[in-house]
Ligand binder design. Structure first.
Ligand code: HEM
Ligand SMILES: [Cu+2]
Length: 539
């Protein structure tokens, strides 16, 4: 592998300063930083809505918010978290930063389009947030018709346009990644020498470019129906409200994999690094990403078990949904096997890895409950569903994102952070998370419906536990904001390879120079070619 340690080029952070040099940058690493700053702000906004929801639900009466306000708050929470935080998080921040480096190239295939994607993302977010200040949206993040298309008097049209615009950002980013992986890999970097993170981002990109146009058109149809009173979904004009659910979930089920596949990619990198070992069953892990991407398009009907869908269609969707569990389980088993035979050390990334595996497993297993049609008829639209997807998307995707941020932070910023702080944060997130969401499985099983702002007093104990857990979780998420920011000011300088990890990104200085590699890269070994000895240099 090319070893470029000691390159003299100025780091991408030190290259021209000034606001304009950042806002007009074509450097994939700076664009990643622009995304990092923006999605961190959106996460904070989404988290404040979540805190409001948990405050309301701490007591059985609807005493903090009226029902109308409550509807608006949980809608905004969902919309902001899904479209403006989870979907862009790992691909746009870590993917943008790392994919070109992992492919041994100087930048993405289309650097200008990469910058354009960020501007489109910001434009979409501003339009959507305008809907918030323009009275809010009360449909839920799923925008179900006919409520959203003919009944709701809130700012659905503006929010729908915001989501529509944001979709283009996703499509362009996906295209950029796919072309880069196909056309720009360094000589010798064959498909089966690619880091598993690249495989995961590649599979995610396929979903982004194939799925996003469908949701974009769907929300556009809702906006058109509202503005022009067309009859796409309006039954009084011959439309079909359930058609919306089909179109919506045809994208949004795959979209849940846009959120989790990249986190799985991060996990593969981290598991290899903390176990100092080639990932067990490398090609199975690589292909399982593609299998998930493909199967993900065939299961949308599991969101429609209680719609007018025929019971036979339900049966087919039920079975195919269970099949999706197979490639997910393949990954989990292979990570476990990697760690089992490896020499695991307890640095902070290991904490995030273990947390991810625990939470993702619970999320996946409870997915199987929901995939069982007869059981889902009882559980659908209850807190069981809420708990299931939070275990995967918050427990899995955000753990993966934070694990990746901690692993690559020294590379991205050139600074080491407090290991003790990072471990404390991982533990608080894990404990707070379980306290928040585990009670919701029980509440759902007992029949507590989702999206209600008041509930019978007998469910208060579990709700109070959940709200209390949310405060612990919030502290766990806030901590990194402090020690990571502190590391930028006072942190020790990071060496090129603080974890003693394998991968092209660890062969260049931290932070990398503007064009990543000084010489042309040639790769002559498989990914994760760990040798027994190594040195660790963390703060
Ligand atoms: C083992 C794999 C999985 C299975 C079998 C599964 C199954 C299901 C089923 C059947 C539902 C519908 C429940 C209902 O509406 O009554 C559901 C909902 C959901 N799942 Fe999963 N799931 C799996 C993995 C995932 C993953 C990986 C994610 C996200 C990254 C995810 C996110 C969601 C979301 C967001 C919803 C609810 C959406 C809403 O109604 O707001 N699931 N899951
Ligand atoms: Cu689904």
């Amino acid at each position: 592998m090319s070893h470029a340690i000691g390159t003299t080029g100025t780091s991408y952070l030190d290259a021209p300063h000034g606001l304009a040099s950042w806002l007009l940058t074509k450097d994939h690493k700076r664009i990643a930083m622009l995304y990092l700053i923006s999605i961190t702000i959106f996460f904070a906004v989404g988290a404040m809505f979540a805190a409001t929801i948990r405050a309301e639900l701490a007591t059985p009466q609807g005493d903090l918010l009226d029902s109308d306000m409550y509807n608006k708050i949980f809608t905004l929470h969902g919309v902001v978290m899904i479209f403006f935080f989870l979907i862009p998080s790992i691909p746009a921040v870590l993917g943008n930063f790392l994919l070109p480096i992992m492919c041994g190239t100087k930048d993405l295939a289309f650097p200008r389009i990469n910058l354009l994607s960020w501007y489109i993302f910001i434009a979409g977010a501003i339009i959507t947030l305008a809907a918030v200040f323009n009275g809010g949206v009360d449909t839920g993040w799923t925008f179900y018709t006919p409520y959203s298309s003919i009944a709701s008097e809130s700012s659905v049209t503006v929010a729908a346009l915001g989501v529509f615009v944001t979709g283009f950002s996703s499509i362009l980013t996906g295209l950029n990644f796919i072309v880069t992986v196909h056309r720009m890999r360094a000589p010798g970097l064959t498909w089966f020498r690619l880091p598993l993170f690249v495989w995961a981002i590649y599979a995610t990109s396929l979903v982004m470019i194939l799925g996003t146009p469908v949701v974009a058109i769907t929300v556009l149809l809702v906006a058109a129906e509202r503005a022009l009173h067309l009859g796409f979904f309006d039954p009084t004009r011959g439309g079909d409200p359930v058609l919306f659910q089909h179109l919506f979930w045809f994208y949004s089920h795959p979209a849940v994999y846009i959120m989790i596949l990249p986190a799985m990619g991060v996990m593969s990198e981290l598991v290899a690094a903390v176990s100092r070992k080639q990932v067990f069953g490398y090609s199975f892990v690589a292909f399982s990403s593609l299998a998930i991407a493909v199967l993900g398009f065939l299961v949308w009907g599991h969101h429609l078990f209680v719609s007018s869908q025929s019971i036979y269609a339900g049966l087919v969707f039920s079975i195919i949904t269970m099949l999706v569990a197979v490639p997910s389980a393949v990954k989990t088993f292979n990570w476990t096997a990697t760690m089992y035979k490896g020499s695991v050390t307890w640095e902070s990334p290991t904490y995030w890895v273990v947390g991810f595996m625990g939470l993702f497993t619970i999320g996946g297993l409870t997915g199987l409950f929901l995939a069982t049609m007869g059981l889902d008829i009882h559980l659908t639209d209850t807190y069981f569903v809420v708990a299931h997807f939070h275990y995967i998307m918050v427990g899995g995707a955000i753990m993966g994102y934070l694990g990746g941020m901690h692993f690559w932070w020294p590379k991205m910023t050139g600074r080491l952070y407090s290991e003790a702080g990072a471990k404390a944060s991982a533990i608080l997130v894990f404990v707070g998370f379980n306290l928040t969401f585990f009670p919701q499985f029980l509440l759902g099983y007992m029949g507590m419906p989702r999206r209600y702002h008041a509930y019978p007093p007998e469910w208060q104990v579990l709700n109070v536990l959940s709200s209390a857990g949310a405060s612990v979780l919030a502290i766990g998420y806030l901590l990194p904001a402090f020690y990571l920011t502190y590391s930028l000011i006072k942190g020790a300088k990071a060496p090129a390879n603080p974890w003693g990890a394998k991968g092209l990104e660890w062969t260049i200085p931290s932070p990398p120079p503007t064009f990543n590699f000084e010489d042309d890269v040639v790769v002559d070994e498989p990914a994760y070619n760990y040798k027994p000895a190594r040195e660790v240099h963390v703060g």
